[in-house]
Design a protein around this ligand. Structure first.
Ligand SMILES: Cc1cc2nc3c(=O)[nH]c(=O)nc-3n(C[C@H](O)[C@H](O)[C@H](O)COP(=O)(O)O)c2cc1C
Length: 221
């Protein structure tokens, strides 16, 4: 499965089988996370066999079950931390999907278990991502249309259209999809609307757009 297929197949999954990740999968995920941390300067950590974060009232309210593994997105406080958390976290999400795993971004409906991950000086935890074998592959959900989120036209370049389709498949908090992607000559301007976690959403959306359009990070105006 390549990344374009992975972004089409990915849906949030909140119920997991009681099945360990396995040594090979853990090694692959940890190597990938190390690469991402080197590239981004973030301090992302895989938390394994830790059931407490998703066994309290909040997780129950959020309809989670069987979560024992998650990825803690930790990084140095900065103006770009949230967007970086989204962008690099989504790289891990799509990579995990190619390994046959399921995921869900979670900002609210979990309990922080401080002993489960490390937070260095000047750092904070932004969000977590559950990871494991879902009881199913999740469900399709409602989506905005390309012209709700962009200045797309019938004669827009194919790469832009494909990027927008991929952006609309990106997970956003409460499925709010409060972003705008504006084509300006051969660059794209990405903007957030007002709402919860919209900066994290924007990072996620940017990565999906890059995968869908085949462009790299230089595409952003
Ligand atoms: C930044 C962010 C925060 C989220 N926080 C939560 C959460 O606290 N609890 C939850 O159940 N889902 C959470 N989600 C998952 C969204 O509800 C989900 O991505 C959205 O409804 C779209 O569905 P999809 O991921 O299947 O495309 C979050 C997603 C994002 C991107």
């Amino acid at each position: 499965m390549d990344l374009k297929e992975a972004l089409k197949l990915r849906h949030s999954v909140r119920q997991y089988e009681e099945k360990e990740l396995g040594e090979d999968i853990v090694t692959k995920l940890e190597c990938f996370i190390t690469e991402i941390n080197t590239e981004s300067g973030l301090h992302i950590q895989l938390v394994k066999n830790e059931p407490r974060a998703f066994s309290g009232t909040l997780a129950h309210y959020g309809n989670f079950s069987g979560v024992t593994n998650y990825i803690a997105i930790v990084g140095k406080k900065s103006d770009t931390l949230e967007e970086d958390a989204g962008y690099y976290g989504q790289k891990i999400v799509l990579y995990a999907q190619t390994l046959g795993l399921n995921t869900c971004w979670v900002a609210m409906t979990y309990s922080k278990v401080p002993s489960a991950f490390k937070i260095g000086q000047g750092e904070k935890i932004v969000i977590v991502i559950t990871v494991g074998y879902g009881v199913d592959q999740g469900q399709e959900r409602k989506s905005k249309k390309p012209d709700d989120v962009s200045n797309i036209e019938a004669d827009s370049p194919e790469w832009f259209k494909e990027g927008i389709d991929a952006a609309l498949l990106a997970p956003t908090a409460l499925n709010q999809q409060k972003f705008k992607l504006i084509l300006l000559d051969d660059k794209v301007k990405a903007k957030t609307g007002l709402g919860f976690n919209t900066k994290i959403d924007l990072g996620i959306v940017k990565y999906n757009f890059e995968v869908g359009s085949g462009k790299d990070h230089d595409i952003w105006a």
